[in-house]
Design a binder for this molecule. Structure first.
Ligand code: COA
Length: 333
């Protein structure tokens, strides 16, 4: 059995910034409420005709990750992409990325697991590498959540943003890289967060936005409690599995859904917020893209050193959740 190690990270977000103040012109809300209840100050919104579809963002993030890995696009043998907002019903966004970056030697497919899509994809790629089915894999999370926002629902549209992040995995025979991944789901609660048929009118301020024929519906309060419980439980399960405790962790990179959920997670696993990476103030909730974007930013900011223990942890529609423990082995300094 081999280990899968992260050898490159990359991310990208659309250019257009939508601030909380902009949102005050769309729904009955305020910068003060959004900041206090969610931690979000602004988010990035993809615009029509600007080359910012999910596959464009995913391709750009992938090329950055491949460049860091020192790998050509023809080297990955596997591309797995997590998304709930694919550009088309089919083919997969992964295949469109394969075409755009010319990754001619890969098998490519998408994974739908709500906001847990990236960690589900990472776990599949990790297993493929561990068992010898893959040597070099590209794992991506890419979303245009703005395209499924209901711009008349102030309790959801203020949360969502767009972006993509990617990691390149390589094979290792040392005790490094992804030490273990832990996934869970509970379909009994799918109605807490789901897509509803319909196309809400986009607000004038976003005249060039890219809409889909369905929108996101959510029971925020109930979901909040489920999120905190499952995030904390799966984080503890992942640490215990590796005989680690919170004090061994250098950095937690959680899914960025709400700063209060992240703070509650940190509290439950007894970790100070200094050990938790957050960028929700800049991007809002970007679903499957949030962890790879945050991981890339933490990596490029020089926060990670070889040997550091990094805990990735997520929760999303489905319900789904997951955690991966990584012994970091990439040094970009
Ligand atoms: N601006 C101003 N007021 C708002 C608002 C907004 N954008 N959104 C909701 N409100 C109002 C509500 O209408 C309600 O008003 P009322 O008391 O007069 O009825 C009040 O604020 C409180 O609403 P509530 O839903 O209890 O707020 P909350 O503190 O639970 O925050 C969420 C709402 C959505 C931010 C929060 O529940 C959440 O983050 N849930 C989980 C999200 C999540 O996990 N998402 C996906 C997982 S990947």
């Amino acid at each position: 059995m081999f280990k899968a190690r992260i050898i490159g990270t990359g991310s990208t977000t659309p250019k257009r910034i939508l601030t909380n103040t902009d949102l005050e012109n769309i729904v009955d809300t305020s910068d003060e409420w959004i900041t206090r209840r969610t931690g979000i100050k602004e988010r990035r919104i993809s615009q029509k005709g600007k080359g910012e579809k999910a596959f464009d963002l995913a391709a750009d993030a992938s090329l950055k990750a491949l460049e860091m890995a020192g790998m050509g696009p023809d080297e990955p043998d596997l591309i797995i992409l997590g998304t709930i907002t694919p550009d088309r019903q089919f083919p997969s966004v992964a295949c469109m990325v394969q075409d755009k970056i010319n990754a001619v030697n890969a098998n490519a497919f998408d994974v739908s697991a709500g906001c847990s899509g990236f960690l589900y994809a990472l776990s599949i790629a990790e297993n493929a590498i561990a068992t010898g089915g893959s040597e070099k894999a590209l794992v991506i999370g890419a979303e245009l959540l703005s395209s499924v926002a209901n711009w008349e629902d102030r309790s959801t549209c203020v949360l969502l943003g767009d972006g993509a992040g990617a990691v390149v995995l390589g094979r290792s025979d040392k005790d490094e890289g992804i030490l273990s991944s832990h996934l869970g789901s509970d379909g009994r609660y799918w109605k807490l967060l789901y897509s509803e048929e319909g196309t809400p009118d986009p607000p004038k301020i976003l005249e060039a936005f890219e809409g889909k024929p369905y929108y996101l519906a959510m029971e925020g309060n109930k979901l909040f409690k489920k999120a905190v419980k499952h995030l904390a439980d799966v984080a503890m399960e992942a640490l215990r599995h590796n005989n680690l405790s919170g004090s061994d962790v250098r950095l937690v990179v959680p899914h960025q859904a709400n700063i209060r959920i992240i703070e509650a997670l940190a509290d439950r696993i007894s970790l100070p917020m200094e050990k938790v990476y957050t960028n929700i103030h800049k991007y809002g909730n970007t679903s499957s893209a949030s962890i790879p974007i945050a991981l890339d930013e933490a990596n490029r900011e020089g926060m990670l050193r070889p040997g550091d223990i990094v805990l990735l942890v997520t929760f999303g529609a489905g319900l789904t959740w997951g955690a991966s423990v990584v012994r970091w082995s990439l040094d970009i300094r």
